[in-house]
Design a protein around this ligand. Structure first.
Ligand code: FAD
Ligand code: SF4
Length: 509
């Protein structure tokens, strides 16, 4: 046997570099459902199911090509970890070499290197062509930058690739960024009619996986009964078409909006399909740009959407590889609290958290602002250990893979990297949540109150956060006003906030 071609669960790309030169007469594909991948963080049942179902569908695509796939399904092999299963396969098959595309996790990349070194087999790691910017290109762009910023990276990528650029090398529509046209909130009557996304009800293969997950991972968080995610490339393409036709138009203006009864709003719901590599980011942005050229979507929405993909998505991947393995140990604000139990149940009187956690447990999905402004913000203000916050986000979302989850959680939402990902911590009181959402209308707390029985925990913890970190942020140009506002509070008011925050920390964990 020549090559054992390893395909990981988030590498389901039919055009993958792993298959370059694949010769079915001398090569074999190797795939494995390793239980530890579902348990090393306490994974949501839907997250486990989407990976396993998509893997099994992909196995069948390769098999239909006439290729041999060594597929190690759950329960058919004795190994807990991918590394152990691979070591045994190498020993049994004795391939001349092992081929893999760059894994999406530092840990797995090191495991594969170790297993191949121990088995004395060369490991060929091929570039992941799915991404528009390679790790090497990102590293070169970083150079000696101390304060990298996504916007600079994004403009450089657009100039390099010509995406949304006109013939004179200027941004299409005349501007790089249309955020000033976006950021709309709904009036008090809410969004009105929001088109529902295409749903993909389980076929026989998915139904089998759902039954297996329900039984084997019965004690894991989350529900399975709403499972409607695309798990094949054909369905992912339908999901893309559905988004472009029905939600891309209003995507931009309402990108940051939140409404309690509409957990998806105009978001694409394409992250899982992209992260599994069922969809290529180029085809996703091409479809959005074609809608702009056909006058089916405004430039503000199309540019905003393209920026999420060739900007944020690629940027966080670059930062992940640039800053690992340090990222997982970052804790710039020395946060030491455990994660409140409500993150696993949604049982809380805080209406905003209740909605976001319950939607998350039901679907394995919450949109970006819910992740940042509600669950992320609360963990930051509460002072939860960044590693515990990371373990939650990696566990509960269908799109969660470390390369994208870590910089968003540890960097963007928890500021634990000390400013690598964002220039300041994303902090706000309940009053901001009240302005941007309708959650507070149905809440027993008052977002303007920081102590006493009606006190909103976000507002209490916001002042407490500023108090705990006032020295660090007093000189920060973008936080100085907030620290000054704190300094206007009377000492007994600050003492009462501290007591109230301590009470929350005692009762919520
Ligand atoms: P849309 O709003 O429709 O956006 C379009 C696409 O842009 C997304 O599908 C995604 O591929 C990309 N995108 C948008 N924002 C980001 C971002 N900040 N970083 C990377 N890509 C982005 N995204 C993940 O894919 N996996 C994660 O594990 C993940 N964890 C997150 C954790 C936290 C704390 C936060 C604040 C954000 C996280 N994100 C993660 C980013 C973002 O929330 C999701 O990509 C988005 O909500 C997915 O839903 P959508 O496909 O409907 O996105
Ligand atoms: Fe959330 Fe506070 Fe608003 Fe209640 S009042 S929904 S806890 S921000």
């Amino acid at each position: 046997m020549r090559n054992l071609v390893v395909v990981l669960g988030d590498q389901l790309d039919e055009a993958s570099a792993a298959f370059d030169g694949f010769d079915p007469a001398q090569d074999r594909v190797w795939m494995c459902e390793a239980p530890s991948e579902a348990t090393y963080v306490w994974s949501h049942k839907t997250r486990i199911a989407i990976f396993l179902s998509a893997m099994r569908h992909f196995r069948d695509v390769l098999t239909a090509r006439g290729w041999t796939v060594d597929y190690h399904a759950t329960g058919t092999h004795p190994h807990a970890t991918l590394a152990d299963a691979l070591a045994e396969s190498i020993a049994a098959r004795k391939p001349k070499g092992v081929v893999v595309v760059e894994p999406g996790e530092w840990r797995l990349a090191r495991d594969l290197e170790r297993v191949c070194a121990e088995a004395q087999r060369p490991l060929e790691v091929r570039i992941d062509r799915h991404f528009i910017t390679t790790v090497a290109e990102f590293t070169a762009w970083m150079g000696a930058r101390k304060q990298p910023r996504m916007e600079h990276f994004y403009r450089a990528v657009r100039s390099r690739t010509g995406v949304l650029m006109d013939a004179d090398g200027q941004p299409e529509g005349g501007e790089w960024n249309y955020d000033h046209d976006n950021r709309e909130a709904f009036g008090k009557n809410g969004p009105g009619f929001v088109p529902k996304p295409a749903r993909f009800l389980p076929d026989a293969l998915t139904a089998e996986v759902l039954a297996m997950v329900a039984e084997r991972y019965a004690d894991h968080p989350g529900e399975l009964q709403h499972f409607d995610w695309p798990v094949t490339r054909a369905d992912a393409l339908i999901a893309l078409e559905d988004f472009i036709a029905h939600r891309l138009g209003p995507f931009g203006p309402f990108e940051d909006a939140v409404w309690d009864t509409e957990p998806l709003l105009y978001h694409s719901r394409l992250s899982a399909a992209m992260n599994l590599k069922l969809l290529n980011p180029r085809e996703v942005i091409d479809a959005a740009i074609a809608a702009y050229h056909a006058k089916q979507a405004p430039i503000a929405s199309v540019e905003g959407f393209v920026r999420q993909i060739i900007g944020w998505r690629e940027y966080v991947r670059g930062l992940y590889w640039w800053h690992m393995p340090q990222y997982l140990d970052d804790n710039a604000l020395d946060a030491q609290q455990d994660l409140p139990k409500l993150y696993w149940t949604g049982d809380t009187e805080m209406n905003c958290l209740k909605h976001v956690v319950r939607d998350t447990l039901a679907h394995g999905y919450a949109h970006h602002i819910q992740r940042l402004m509600i669950t992320g913000l609360f963990a930051l203000l509460f002072g939860v250990k960044p590693k515990a916050v990371h373990a939650w986000y990696l566990a509960v979302y269908v799109d969660a893979v470390e390369w994208v989850e870590v910089p968003n959680t540890i960097g963007m939402s928890q500021f634990a990297d000390g400013g690598l990902m964002g220039s300041k911590p994303y902090i706000a009181s309940g009053k901001y949540i009240d302005k941007m959402t309708n959650y507070c209308k149905g809440c027993r707390f008052d977002p303007a109150v920081s102590t006493g029985p009606k006190a909103c925990p976000f507002t209490t913890l916001y002042w407490d956060f500023l108090d705990r970190h006032r020295e660090r942020f007093a000189g920060h140009p973008r936080l100085v006003m907030q620290v000054r506002n704190l300094e206007r509070l009377k000492p007994d008011a600050v003492a009462a906030i501290r007591r109230e925050a301590e009470g929350l920390r005692r009762t919520l964990v």
